[in-house]
Ligand binder design. Sequence first.
Ligand code: ADP
Ligand code: TRP
Length: 331
Amino acid sequence: MKSIVLTGIKPTGTPHIGNYVGAIKQAIEMSENSEYDNFYFIADYHSLNALKTSEELKTYTKELACTWLACGLNPEKVVFYRQSRIPETTELCWILMNVTPKGLMDRAHAYKASVQANLEKGADADDGVNMGLYNYPILMAADILLFNTKFVPVGQDQKQHVEMARDIAKYFNKKYGYTFVVPQEKIQEESATLLGLDGRKMSKSYGNQIPLFCDEGTLKKLISSIKTDSSLPTEPKSTNCVLFDYIKVFGSPEKINEMEKRFAEGISWADAKKELFEMANEYIKPMREKYNYYMEHFDEVESLLKLGEEKARVIAKETLERARKAVGVID
Ligand code: ADP
Ligand code: TRP
């Protein structure tokens, strides 16, 4: 039997190159390994917490679905779906709540960070905290356990959530007998955090991102706005900078080598940015064309998602039935 690899991304903003490098690229690479069966999904219920309007949710879900496909997700190989179309997830979530200690949720980083921020400004500890935020890790455990997942490729920031899913699986198996595969996280160390235009972590919360599929003109403008040091045009440049980090993402090994030499010899920042734009645009262009195609033909994407959702529900129903039997609501 092949091991199941599953991961989800929340549709909370327009995908940027940090999301591509840190999450999407490696997930696609894992789907090319024939040892695995892969389940990749859009965690739309998880994003309700972060979004203000239903229109935002629709836009970001569409953009994320088109992004996955444009980046090379093969829907014949990967089961590709929207979380909200698998109602078994939320039913399992309720069952799992009953083996999840409240103390475990009290220790979740995202919840603790909200409490900390409230206390610092002198507000009530739980000010603005809703149960969607508080129970977030249990919904994520349901996503994972529903598909008999063995490996969950995620960034460092999601490690604790996968550990919680593992704990919840163990609590359930201990109380009711073996029911769930116990999952483990797969943290990609090499895909370290990509920095944004201002040198902080690239994140939509900081507004320092390069959208993965912005048009050529915008890409050029954003690259020319990268902060650089004040060394003169002919002076040697350090490769320890955001600009060079991006060169490493988009350049071929030969090109990276060549650029290393030119940095040492003293390339001007303007020329370095021009080179980077050429590399990035060449890399992104074929994917951008696919992205624009899917955005304009969303009915095709919708059909692919529906197909994935049908496949996903077959397994979801089996697992949920096992859990329902285990707890005793059905024979
Ligand atoms: P954001 O910080 O922009 O809100 P998310 O938290 O929605 O991004 O992240 C979605 C996925 O992209 C996660 O798996 C996360 O680890 C990855 N990711 C986000 N920003 C970066 C970054 N700057 N470098 C590498 N990976 C990132
Ligand atoms: N919480 C994840 C994030 O913020 C998204 C997510 C939801 C997820 N369910 C998941 C990731 C299940 C892996 C497995 O990025």
